[in-house]
Design a protein around this ligand. Structure first.
Ligand SMILES: C[S@@+](CC[C@H](N)C(=O)[O-])C[C@H]1O[C@@H](n2cnc3c(N)ncnc32)[C@H](O)[C@@H]1O
Length: 282
């Protein structure tokens, strides 16, 4: 017979993650993305450059469109366009991000396009961001130039393009960095770097407390672009006031401190991340 005594409320602790139960998109988002901070960051810099509020954000290579969702949440007039080639990743984003983070009205202010970033020109955006080095899939000057020209056409007058970039001698070394998170470890493997072509292959793996691993959760076959090349290509595509936002260094840890400043000369860091910026004439 069932007991009539009231049972104390119990919240079951989540089962420990394993390679079988983990979801690679969820782990990726928890490991490499900071969407609220990023949404505020790009809004702040855009206002500084253009004197107006950032209302239409286009997130290229958006994957699960987490940043686009957070931009929409920031203001009732904000709209976002997310562009990605990969249907299943966009579908994951719709189910786990769009439907969970946005109400019906907010969802109407977000468009997710399954398309090549080279082909999308409308609607015009205030800002285009291409983050986590995703534009590095373009391995020739010709292809990257075509992408940057397309971004230029897809921006409103005064609009701004932001691409993040990485480099430093550490990046060209074969090595794997490990970062512990709650319930799993994130591994970033620099697998191969070719000094002739600047081709670079990297992979993300996840390791779990039971010893299982999700190997090659994501593999990237890229070209490592230099800041000098990126600045030249931005200017050739028609952007003005092309410059670099360079991240400061935390003196205690030697790692990036999350504070970006416009700089003409960088530091000889072992590894760095920075942001290349270009504006379309107003
Ligand atoms: C490294 S993920 C980036 C995810 C997200 N932007 C971030 O910051 O974490 C790269 C994404 O780019 C997409 N992609 C690659 N080439 C593309 C192209 N030519 N057009 C649109 N999406 C592309 C892939 O499908 C993948 O989802």
């Amino acid at each position: 017979m069932p007991s009539q005594r009231p049972q104390p409320a119990r919240t079951a602790a989540p089962a420990p993650l394993t390679a079988r139960t983990a979801d690679r998109h969820d782990l990726y988002q928890r490991s490499v993305q900071a969407p609220e901070t990023d949404a505020a960051f790009y809004a702040r810099w855009f206002e500084k450059y253009s004197g107006r509020k950032l209302r239409v954000l286009r997130e290229d290579f958006c994957g699960t469109a987490l940043l686009a969702c957070h931009h929409v949440r920031r203001h009732p007039e904000n709209r976002a366009i997310g562009v990605d080639l990969h249907g299943p990743t966009l579908a994951w984003g719709r189910r786990h991000n769009v439907q969970r983070l946005l109400d019906a009205e907010q969802q109407r202010r977000l468009s997710l396009l399954q398309a090549n970033v080279l082909d999308v020109r409308r609607p015009l955006a205030d800002v285009i961001v291409a983050l986590n080095f995703s534009y590095s899939v373009f391995k020739t000057r010709r292809d990257l130039a075509a992408y940057l020209r397309n971004c230029h056409r897809a921006l409103r007058p005064g609009g701004v393009l932001f691409l993040d970039a990485w480099g430093g001698p550490d990046v060209m070394k074969q090595q794997t960095d490990r970062t512990r998170h709650r319930g799993f470890t994130y591994l970033w493997e620099q697998r191969r770097y070719d000094p002739i072509s600047h081709g670079i292959v990297c992979a993300i793996h996840f390791a779990f407390p039971d010893g299982t691993r999700l190997r090659n959760a994501f593999v990237y076959d890229w070209r490592l672009w230099t800041l000098a090349e990126l600045r030249e290509l931005f200017a050739e595509a028609g952007f003005v006031d092309v410059h670099v936002l360079w991240e400061g260094t935390d003196k205690a840890t030697g790692a990036g401190n999350g504070v970006f400043r416009r700089k003409e000369r960088g530091d000889m860091d072992e590894a760095w991340i920075s942001i290349v910026v270009g504006q379309k004439r107003g």
